[in-house]
Unconditional design. Structure first.
Length: 330
């Protein structure tokens, strides 16, 4: 782990991960509020989230090809410049009385693409700046930076908006994205030579399909992605969510959900660091076997808890858990 921290290029990438997550949190909070400020329409405010989902879908379909075909360091620098420049259009056009909802949606769509593409490029560059044996530790520290940014981002963003207002916060958001440039310029040990390929829509489509086929045809990758994601993440998380909903008083549900996500946010980087440590000592196979055992045992333990008596529909008034009064607890 110490060797990773001595790698200046990796330290700067880890720092950029934290900085970008703070900027992303501020951006995610600002854009819907700007729509609501301009239009007063909750419907259009909700549409902003749909735009973000559409951008994510496009990037996840074709972004990997772009990341593989371009020099990743230059791509990250380009994304940082685009993010810092595009978001400035909002306060500038507002000052010139030219700002409208169409411009906000256009800027938001492009920025959402940049944010998603950044996430793919940032992770993909790690094997090119650290040694292969340091990858578990490197990914652990990256998860720490990401989780810390996710935990602090909303609070920092809310404070910035409260102090500087909507349009003042947009300038600060641009400055945060601009900070990324200074971290990328220090990637001295970057060893990737850019591929000289002509980028065409046809090539992007064919390479994207090639990536899906390669992932599907590799038995190990197929099992690694489909089985754990479907059963280890989706179903288990849904079961936990349903369990909380069916056993918690409605008046306490928000606090319980908030507490559960806080605990998840704290434990996520710890688990990744632990996985990296075990991988270095016992090997990667031990991490997968141990993780599967933990998930299996956790599911068994849950089945012998109040889960068996829980109502799996809406919360039952007969079975809902009421907070104890002070007189009852004595």
């Amino acid at each position: 782990m110490k060797s990773v921290l001595k790698n200046r290029s990796f330290v700067f990438i880890g720092t950029s991960q934290f900085i970008h997550k703070i900027g992303e949190c501020l951006y995610d909070l600002l854009m819907p509020l700007l729509v609501l400020y301009l239009t007063g329409s909750p419907v259009l405010m909700g549409t902003m989230y749909v735009v973000g989902e559409l951008a994510e879908f496009i990037v996840y379909m074709f972004g990997g090809v772009i990341v593989d075909m371009y020099n990743r360091k230059k791509l990250l620098i380009t994304i940082a410049v685009l993010q810092a420049t595009l978001i400035i259009l909002i306060p500038v056009t507002e000052r010139l009385d030219f700002l409208n909802i169409s411009l906000i949606f256009l800027v938001s769509f492009i920025l959402d693409i940049c944010v998603c593409l950044y996430g793919i490029a940032d992770v993909s560059i790690i094997p090119q700046i650290v040694e292969k044996e340091d990858l578990p530790s490197a990914n652990g520290f990256m998860q720490v930076a990401l989780s810390t940014g996710q935990a602090l981002g909303p609070a920092i963003s809310g404070g910035i908006i409260s102090i500087f207002g909507l349009f003042g916060s947009v300038w600060i958001n641009s400055g945060i994205f601009l900070l990324l440039l200074f971290t990328f310029l220090f990637l001295q040990s970057y060893n990737k030579k850019p591929k000289i390929e002509k980028i065409t829509p046809k090539r992007i489509l064919s390479n994207s399909w090639e990536g899906f086929l390669f992932t599907y045809r590799q038995s190990f990758l197929r099992k690694l992605l489909i089985w754990p994601i479907m059963f280890g993440v989706v179903i288990i998380s849904r079961l936990i969510s349903l369990f909380i909903q069916s056993t918690t008083d409605p008046e306490l549900l928000g606090r319980v959900n908030g507490a559960s996500r806080l605990i998840s946010g704290v434990l996520a980087p710890v688990s990744v660091l632990l996985a990296g440590y075990i991988s270095e000592i016992k090997g990667t196979t031990s991490v997968f076997i141990g993780s599967a055992a933990v998930i299996f045992l956790s599911a068994i333990l849950i089945m012998f808890s109040e889960l068996r008596q829980a109502s799996w529909g809406t919360i039952s008034h007969e079975k809902k858990v009421k907070p104890k009064r002070a007189s009852e607890s004595r």
